[in-house]
Design a protein around this ligand. Structure first.
Ligand code: SF4
Length: 198
């Protein structure tokens, strides 16, 4: 992690800016390549993520890894993965607006320091926050948006795909292909299949 991002991660590790601090085991700041052209933004940590201090390490994460590999030829080491809120909401409830607002500066700093060409939002909360929209994810997804000098591709949350099966799975696959095309359009090496690693 470049020094400035490591400093922010260290600061976040002791954060008590919102009520979620009280119930967390670990702050889940993010993981992956901090110089990557591709940033995934999910909602918030679940039980396994809270325990390990890493994002998307439970069943949803395994599905994300699988689809990222199958549709983009990428492993998580080559991308960066973060969440809208860095601490686990109790009983996996939705993050509250004040919690999202309190945590937002960390995500803004990640966006600024990583400066990805493509951002893929996973689920409603990340898509709505970064696109400043109140639309549901089914309306937001299916296209890409200009975002911070790059492109943002909203898709469904992998947990929703695990629950919903066929159609959400097809939607997420199509969105990841869209993200790969955006990487190619940006001239990113992540779009080059010859450097794909298992
Ligand atoms: S969710 Fe974000 S703002 Fe709230 S305590 Fe955790 S790191 Fe701080």
């Amino acid at each position: 992690m470049p020094a400035p991002l490591a400093v922010v991660a260290e600061e976040a590790a002791g954060c008590t800016r919102c009520a979620l601090a009280a119930g967390r085991t670990n702050v889940v700041f993010g993981m992956g390549d901090p110089t990557s052209d591709l940033l995934f933004v999910g909602e918030g940590p679940g039980a396994e993520e809270d325990k390990q201090g890493l994002p998307f390490v439970g069943r949803s994460g395994k599905l994300l890894d699988q689809l990222m590999w199958e549709e983009m030829g990428l492993t998580r080491e080559r991308v960066y993965i973060a969440n809208v809120v860095k601490c686990r909401p109790p009983n996996n409830r939705d993050p509250q607006p004040e919690e999202i607002a309190s945590c937002r500066p960390y995500l803004e700093t990640q966006l600024e320091l990583i400066a990805p060409a493509v951002v893929v939002t996973l689920g409603k909360f990340a898509g709505q926050l970064l696109l400043d929209s109140k639309e549901g994810i089914t309306r937001l997804r299916g296209r890409s948006y200009p975002f911070a000098g790059g492109v943002l591709v909203p898709t469904v949350h992998p947990a929703y795909v695990l629950r919903g099966g066929g159609e959400p799975m097809a939607q997420m696959r199509a969105d990841l292909v869209r993200a790969k095309q955006a990487l190619a359009a940006a001239g990113s090496p992540l779009a080059d299949p010859s450097v794909a690693q298992p």
